[in-house]
Write a protein that binds this ligand. Sequence first.
Ligand SMILES: NC(=O)c1ccc[n+]([C@@H]2O[C@H](COP(=O)([O-])OP(=O)(O)OC[C@H]3O[C@@H](n4cnc5c(N)ncnc54)[C@H](OP(=O)(O)O)[C@@H]3O)[C@@H](O)[C@H]2O)c1
Length: 270
Amino acid sequence: MIGIAVNGAAGRMGRTIAAIARDLPDVRIVGGSDRERLDDEAAAAAGFPRIVASADAASVVAEADVVLDFSSPAGLLALLDAPGAPLAGKALVVGTTGLGEAQLERLRAAERTMAVLVAANFSIGVNLLLALAEQAARALPAPAYDVEIVEAHHRRKADAPSGTALALGRAVAAGRNASLESLRRDGRSGQTGERPAGEIGFHALRGGEVVGEHRVLFLGARERLELAHVATDRALFAEGALVAARWIVGKGPGAYGMAEVLGLTAKGEG
Ligand SMILES: NC(=O)c1ccc[n+]([C@@H]2O[C@H](COP(=O)([O-])OP(=O)(O)OC[C@H]3O[C@@H](n4cnc5c(N)ncnc54)[C@H](OP(=O)(O)O)[C@@H]3O)[C@@H](O)[C@H]2O)c1
């Protein structure tokens, strides 16, 4: 039986993970943490035996084999810096997106002592799409083919472009032996001038209850290739995160990705 704790337990993903884990015979949700402690009734309604404040995560994490983080960049830092170093000896699966240098630096340090898996998207389809985007970028080089990445999400999403869109951009850049940082262009407005060769454009739509849609366009002079993925239920991500959680238990210190979990070969994940 694998003990799982969730940081961001009271959120949409936290509740979905708890609901799915309830039906899995080899998994036990030991508790959660969030911005604030929830009373027992509210925690039970969210599917957790208890939910404490992230700063008090040590008491919950002590019972877990693996911790899943679906909170926010600040929430992840609160977990990593919680008093009592609660994550020592545990495995960590991070689904939170919009991570900045502060979070990435702390994760790199954590990887030296524990198994850490970071994935902007836990769906098998998106992880296959990462591999396909890298392959297509290699076969359809710049400047003959321009790449634009369009994504859509619900109105409450906090970060843009999505972590998955950026992972797709990294996969395209890897297929062209380049790094995304030098090619990234977020949206266009005003007197933009001619499109620079090799640029990778990102466009984020926000509204309604869209779970998550990503489209990678390779635009040539006489043809256009489009690779697209549509998620219709966030349970998809929760299921994938639980697959990752079972996979990572018992792994040695280091950085892991969904490509390894799923036996795929994409290099753009992150
Ligand atoms: N990798 C994937 O496949 C995948 C799929 C879906 C979502 N995500 C990502 O997962 C994250 C959570 O998504 P969601 O839709 O579940 O969001 P959500 O509904 O807003 O849930 C996040 C939870 O974390 C809490 N939180 C935020 N900041 C915190 C802090 N500083 N300390 C402690 N707790 C904090 C929130 O509390 P408050 O409500 O008080 O802020 C909320 O309860 C986002 O980054 C999202 O992009 C990833």
